[in-house]
Design a protein around this ligand. Structure first.
Ligand code: FNR
Length: 184
C-alpha cells in the first residue's frame, strides 16, 4: 500500500481547501491510501529546541508521522499572496535539525484554491520554491490553481463541475506516475 499524507494549509472548520482535498483523496486508485495530517497543533518552530537537545514532543511526533508517508499532497489557500503560516511552520519543523530533513526525496503535488479568480497562484508558487529547497520531486504539469471555488462545490462539499473532477483525476494520475518513478 502506498501512503499519501495530505497537508491542508487552513485550520478553518469549513475550509474549501479541506473540501477540495477530500474530493481529491477519493480519486486515488486502488493500492493508494490517503491520510490527513494535523498541523494546527504544532508550536511555532524554534531552533533552540533542536540545538539544545530539548526537542518538543510535538515536533518529534510530527516528524515521525511524515516519515511514514511515501508522498505528500499539499492543498492550500493563499494568504496575502503567499503560503499560510500554519503550513510554512509545519514545513520548517520537518526540515530541521540540519541534515535530518524528513521531506527530502518524497514526491509531492500542490493544489491551491481561492474563492477569487487567481486560484492561489502566489501561494502555489511560493510553496514550490520551498519544496525545491526541501528536495521534494514535484508534479510540474498540470499546475492546479482552483479559482472561484465556491461555485465548484455543492452543499455537501462535493465538486459538482464535471470538468473540474476530470482535471483533478488527471492531476492525481500524474502524481501517481511521479510516485511510481521514485519507488522504482
Ligand atoms: C485571505 N484570502 C486570500 N485569497 C486570495 O485569493 N489571495 C490572497 O492573497 C488572500 N489573502 C488572505 C489572507 C488572509 C489572512 C485570509 C484569512 C484570507 C481569502 C482566502 O482565499 C479565503 O478566506 C479562503 O476561504 C481560505 O481558504 P480556506 O480556509 O477556505 O481553505
Amino acid at each position: 500500500m502506498t501512503k499519501i499524507g495530505i497537508l491542508v494549509g487552513s485550520l478553518r472548520k469549513e475550509s474549501f481547501s479541506e473540501k477540495i482535498a477530500t474530493n481529491v483523496a477519493a480519486l486515488f486508485p486502488e493500492g493508494y491510501e490517503t491520510e490527513f495530517v494535523e498541523i494546527g497543533n504544532l508550536p511555532f518552530y524554534n531552533q533552540d529546541f533542536d540545538d539544545k537537545d530539548n526537542v518538543l514532543t510535538e515536533y518529534t511526533s510530527f516528524r515521525n508521522t511524515i516519515k511514514e508517508f511515501d508522498a505528500i499532497l499539499f492543498v492550500t489557500p493563499e494568504y496575502n499572496r503567499s503560503v499560510p503560516a500554519v503550513l510554512s511552520n509545519a514545513l520548517d519543523i520537518g526540515s530541521r535539525p540540519y541534515g535530518a530533513n524528513i521531506w527530502s526525496g518524497k514526491p509531492a503535488a500542490i493544489i491551491s484554491q481561492s474563492p477569487g479568480n487567481l486560484g492561489g497562484f502566489g501561494a502555489n508558487h511560493h510553496l514550490r520554491q520551498i519544496l525545491i529547497a526541501l528536495n521534494m520531486p514535484l508534479v510540474q504539469q498540470p499546475e492546479a490553481y482552483i479559482s472561484n471555488v465556491v461555485a465548484l462545490l455543492d452543499e455537501n462539499g462535493k465538486v459538482k463541475n464535471e470538468g473540474t473532477v476530470e482535471f483533478l483525476q488527471s492531476f492525481v494520475y500524474t502524481f501517481v506516475d511521479l510516485i511510481k518513478k521514485y519507488q522504482a
